[in-house]
Design a protein around this ligand. Structure first.
Ligand SMILES: *Cc1c(COP(=O)(O)O)cnc(C)c1O
Length: 418
């Protein structure tokens, strides 16, 4: 596998890129391994061989950087991209991405017309949205691509079964008027990360009924879809025409109960590391950080890690979050502050500037995002997604072409060779 030189992107996705050697001193950085992301996309495609794959890149690709991750997913065979907001989807188009792009979280007054002109597939859950999108289509002088969303039991967005006939009929009329084309019928699971949960079979039954109803009413969707990452990994019956994968593509397990990323052949994409800013000796009985919730039991050394809750290190992991520093796991001593936290190095003299790894794939002995999720009593999704804009993303193994060159389908073995 050819190594492309890593680049450091400015915190905003559209910002300029400057080349920095990997060893450049940085307060903190999130390394994003795009080869791992591409390999994960291929694993997920193998899991759902009869469905197309939508790479979900909402919320800055779960904190990994939207545009580079979108490109990498397309290079590995994803054919759709998914975002929550229309603004995210329009940003992808503005970056020159030509794949299908779907976005699903609309509020009144949102840019429907720009969405039509950018060829987005736009989700419609209710009549108000159909009214706005048809008005925008009239203004634009061309039909909108819409996908009708069914609430099959999640109880969040989507159209209730009782309201479905009215929404379907209105969408059919709008199609007849040349204002919309219904490209998809879709829904979302509540408990796909709990295999065997009775709501899964119930939602699948409701989904099949709502799809059948719409098709009998004359809707001819290109794609029917309901599967997120956990359903893609564990529920082949839920794959239909398209699977929408987010967290698994980033190599983070949807839930510890389901298994580790490695159990599914997935590799974590993000490594979060910081440079040790200060190491000092302190006597026994010394309080550490705000509130003095940690007090040294013996004379020891303290290491200052210059990254805090403003960067996405959860304050709820105070006293617990694990860090690999000087070859050992250390725990956050006392509170995580806005910009920094402290670890007790137990007398070890770690040179300033040493690397402190908060999480990564785990194969250098570092903690994983799942370890931080456990320490902060949350889910891996939140750990990676909340990493803030003050942390530069450093992209590794970025490919410049549209596709991977033939013979470059790197597997996990490549990592062993490095
Ligand atoms: C976020 C999201 C997904 C992706 O979910 P993962 O569990 O991360 O795979 C799929 N569909 C919708 C509607 C979403 O909001």
């Amino acid at each position: 596998m050819s190594q492309t030189p890593p680049t450091q992107a400015a915190p905003t996705q559209a910002g300029p890129k400057t080349s920095l050697p990997r060893t450049a001193p940085l307060r903190a950085r999130a390394e994003i391994d795009l080869a791992a992301l591409r390999a994960n996309v291929r694993v997920l495609r193998d899991r759902a061989p009869h469905a197309a794959l939508m790479a979900v890149v909402k919320s800055d690709a779960y904190g990994h950087g939207m545009v580079p991750c979108a490109r990498a997913a397309l290079q590995a065979g994803a054919t759709w991209l998914g975002t929550a907001t229309p603004h995210e989807a329009l940003t992808l188009r503005a970056a020159g991405i030509t794949s299908r792009i779907m976005c699903w979280l609309w509020t009144p007054g949102d840019p429907w017309r720009e969405g039509i002109e950018a060829d987005l597939d736009m989700s419609v859950s209710a009549l108000w949205a159909l009214t706005e999108v048809t008005a925008a289509a009239r203004d634009a002088g061309r039909p909108a691509r819409i996908q009708l969303k069914a609430d099959t039991g999640l109880g969040r967005n989507g159209c209730q079964p009782a309201d479905w006939p009215e929404l379907v009929a209105a969408a059919r009329s709008a199609e007849d008027a040349g204002l919309v084309r219904v490209t998809g019928l879709w829904s979302h699971f509540a408990c796909a990360d709990e295999p065997g949960h009775p709501s899964i079979a119930a939602q699948l039954n409701v989904f099949r009924d709502m799809v059948t109803y719409a098709e009998k009413a004359g809707i001819e969707p290109e794609v029917r879809h309901i599967a997120n990452s956990p359903a893609t990994l564990t529920l082949p019956d839920a794959h239909f025409d398209l699977v929408r994968t987010g967290i698994a593509m980033y190599g983070v397990s949807p839930s510890p109960e389901l298994g580790t990323p490695a159990d599914f052949g997935l590799r974590p994409v993000m490594t979060l590391a910081a440079s040790v800013a200060l190491v000092k000796r302190v006597p026994a009985g010394h309080g550490v950080s705000y509130g003095h919730h940690y007090v040294t039991s013996d004379e020891t050394t303290l290491g200052l890690i210059p990254i805090g809750y403003a960067d996405g290190v959860p304050r709820h992991a105070s006293g617990r979050g694990p860090v690999l520093v000087g070859g050992s796991w250390r725990r956050v001593a006392g509170r995580v502050a806005m910009d920094q936290f402290v670890v007790d190095l137990g007398g070890q003299q770690v040179p300033e500037g040493s690397e402190a790894v908060l999480f990564g794939p785990g194969d250098r002995g570092e903690p994983t995002a799942e370890d931080w999720a456990q320490a902060a009593d949350t889910i891996g999704y939140e750990i990676v997604t909340r990493i803030g804009t003050r942390i530069p993303r450093v992209y590794l193994n970025e490919l410049n072409g549209l596709r991977e060159p033939a013979g470059m389908h790197e597997g996990f073995g490549d990592y062993d060779d490095e």
